[in-house]
Design a protein around this ligand. Sequence first.
Ligand code: FAD
Length: 136
Amino acid sequence: QHTQHCPPDGEEIGRSTWLFLHSAAAYYPEEPTSIQKSAMLSLLRSLPHLYPCHSCAAALGEEYEREKREGTCWNARGGGQADILEQAVGKGQTLRRWLCGIHNEVNERLGKPVWECREEVLQERWRDGPRDDSCD
Ligand code: FAD
């Protein structure tokens, strides 16, 4: 016997996916091994093909292409430089900032508040919790 659950809607899928991605980034090392780098690269590259909302996946793929052409806020060179995603997975902090930026791009599109992509803010939200220990 199993209890009955409703299938997840788009909001739940989105929240759960961000939860997984930001958490994986929060624990991603400053000096990842080549295996960790290539695994994270595959994960990020797979999203525009596998994310279970067609229009969201297509928009994400377009955002990857836009970054490739124009760069990101932290690397504004653009123009066919070494793959942005390859740079993003090079260090924990870089990955977290990049992911925060991608999430913000979706937030902006949906009219949701944009987050501050500072390391302290991100690690408090996704790994360390607030200083007042209210999450312990
Ligand atoms: P979410 O946006 O799910 O965020 C969860 C939590 O993350 C927030 O409560 C906050 O604590 C934290 N957070 C918010 N912003 C950031 C940030 N920048 N960095 C770090 N942490 C942050 N929905 C659509 O309708 N259209 C789309 O095109 C679309 N594309 C998506 C693409 C991807 C790759 C993913 C994973 C989701 C997408 N979604 C899309 C779903 C959408 O982003 C939300 O997940 C959903 O609307 C639920 O929103 P929410 O307000 O619960 O918070």
